[in-house]
Design a protein around this ligand. Structure first.
Ligand code: HEM
Length: 503
């Protein structure tokens, strides 16, 4: 089989380092992730929101199409922290690793709030979206409930479920090689649906339940808060909240019914919530919305997982030497007569290094997600290399600029998986990148997500040789590449038929 594969949404393949003016699409892709907040917010503070919404040309030449590259340029010029001011808003962008560690991690308690997003955080989600919740009591209760189900030990329990669905990516490519991205999105969505509610509902890439409604900073009311009190303003948005509430409550009620029916139902996040509601001190509505957040309330985490998987696969297609090195290891450890599983993870540091490097090379959320400082006085705020960040400042850890920090990642524009490997050939434990964000708001789903990206990459690279379509220029979108089977189809199907399955 040799089939061109298009990655419409895999804008990350583009080479921003090489072709600065041509990267508008990278921003659009990022906007589908949490990083959207960074991009939109960047535009907001420059008073360009309206222009962006209506697809008018952006007035500031510097920001045209590539805000994160512009920011990277400012960081190079002015230092690890920059401030953008607009009207009453003050935004600090952190663009170097050390500063991010010291501020976002070291003083995490003071940088754990979120800036107010009236539409996404209040109208559409009724203040019950954990990702947008202010750092306070509700946030703590919700976060602690999520953590109980997503911490490393708990995340391990999802492995059989992930394996059960991941083979569908490989089988999907056999049947429909044109549509890898769809297979990956469906995998991410189906797995998370089952983990959230124990539901087997096939959740396809186009399932309307999973369509995002969150576009932080994209509405006029975010700048003019009193607009929300006009009876005619934002009717659709308010209806959106009602629809969400019904959707999340229905999912929760379904789990309740299953539990009451004495059936032996599979474990899920919502089942755990309902059984332990007392210990988490959550209302029914909070539980329902937390289930929604777990599922990806608005498809965010599903997209991040699928974009991350596709980014790694794209890196495999782009870098033949590294790909060959990884494949040689797969052949040595697994061979071609059995399908790989999580058991192989410990023997494949080179694959893990490849994944880490791909996610640094093309960070999935390029701009980061906005945090907000909460200290009231200037004096005991984040003093950092003579900087003082006042309370009420929006702070971004800028993933792209940090990934280009040559003090930590020498030759940062190159893809060098070897940088993640220590002298003994194992994984370095002194090198890190903020794939999952910062401090007390760092992604609670990271242990599940890591495993998801790992097993999907492992299975696809084991089953196929991915190459770029030589007939197509690779800088031009949509990029195309080819799959070649590494294992005869009959054998591959038979092995996957016996692959672990969760009912
Ligand atoms: C590869 C996939 C994923 C990536 C790259 C990713 C990345 C991120 C990032 C960068 C943030 C913002 C952190 C910050 O504010 O500094 C975040 C937040 C969040 N993620 Fe993920 N995530 C992924 C998958 C998941 C999954 C599978 C779940 C759920 C099971 C999840 C649940 C959340 C939640 C609830 C938040 C909000 C946390 C808060 O505001 O306290 N994520 N994620």
């Amino acid at each position: 089989m040799s089939s061109p594969q298009s990655f419409l949404a895999l804008i990350l393949l583009q080479q921003p380092d090489l072709r600065v003016p041509d990267n508008t699409q990278l921003i659009l892709t990022s906007a589908t992730c949490l990083a959207a907040a960074g991009v939109f917010f960047g535009l907001t503070v420059l008073n360009q929101r309206v222009a962006f919404l209506f697809h008018l040309p952006l007035p500031l030449g510097d920001f045209k199409g590539t805000p994160f590259l512009t920011i990277a340029g400012w960081i190079n010029e002015y230092g690890p922290l920059i401030t953008i001011r607009s009207n009453f808003e003050r935004i600090v962008i952190i663009g170097r690793y050390k500063a991010a560690v010291e501020i976002m991690e070291g003083q995490g308690k003071f940088v754990a709030d979120r800036p107010r997003m009236i539409v996404a955080g209040e109208i559409v989600s009724g203040g019950m979206s954990i990702a947008l919740a202010p750092f306070g009591d509700r946030f703590r209760r919700m976060r602690s409930a999520l953590h109980s189900h997503l911490q490393p030990k708990a995340a391990e329990a999802y492995q059989p479920l992930q394996m059960s669905h991941v083979k569908n990516i490989v089988l999907g490519v056999l049947d429909n090689p044109q549509n890898l991205q769809h297979h990956v999105i469906t995998y991410a969505a189906t797995t998370i649906m089952k983990a959230a509610y124990g539901k087997n509902t096939p959740t396809s890439a186009t399932d309307p339940e999973m369509v995002a409604k969150m576009r932080p900073g994209a509405y006029l009311v975010d700048s003019i808060p009193w607009l929300r009190y006009l009876p005619w303003y934002g009717r659709e948005l308010k209806l959106g909240f009602e629809r969400r509430k019904i959707l999340h409550t229905n999912h929760m009620e379904w789990v309740k019914e299953q539990m009451q029916s004495d059936q032996d139902i599979v474990p899920s996040f919502m089942k755990h919530m309902l059984e332990n509601s007392q210990s988490y001190d959550l209302t029914e509505a909070e539980m329902a919305f937390l289930g929604g957040s777990f599922l990806g309330a608005g498809s965010i985490s599903r997209r991040k997982t699928s974009v991350s998987i596709c980014t790694v696969l794209m890196a495999a297609a782009c870098f033949p030497d590294e790909r060959a090195g990884v494949r040689a290891k797969l052949d040595a450890v697994i061979g071609r007569h059995r399908a790989p599983t999580f058991i192989d993870q410990g023997s494949l540091p080179r694959l893990q290094a490849f994944i880490s490097e791909a996610l640094r090379w093309r960070p999935v959320p390029s701009g980061g997600f906005p945090h907000r400082t909460t200290n009231r006085t200037y004096d005991d705020l984040s003093h950092q290399e003579n900087y003082c960040i006042p309370a009420g400042t929006t702070v971004f850890g800028d993933h792209w600029s940090i990934s280009r920090d040559s003090d930590v990642y020498p030759e940062p524009h190159a893809s060098k998986p070897q940088r993640w490997i220590d002298e003994q050939g194992g994984l370095r434990d002194d090198l890190n990148f903020f794939v999952y964000g910062f401090g007390r708001r760092a992604c609670p789903g990271q242990h599940v997500a890591d495993r998801s990206v790992f097993i999907a990459t492992l299975l696809v690279l084991w089953a196929y040789k991915l190459t770029l379509d030589p007939t197509q220029p690779w800088e031009v979108l949509p990029c195309t590449f080819e799959f070649k089977k590494r294992i005869p189809e009959m054998e591959l199907r038979s092995m996957l038929q016996h692959y672990p399955k969760v009912v």
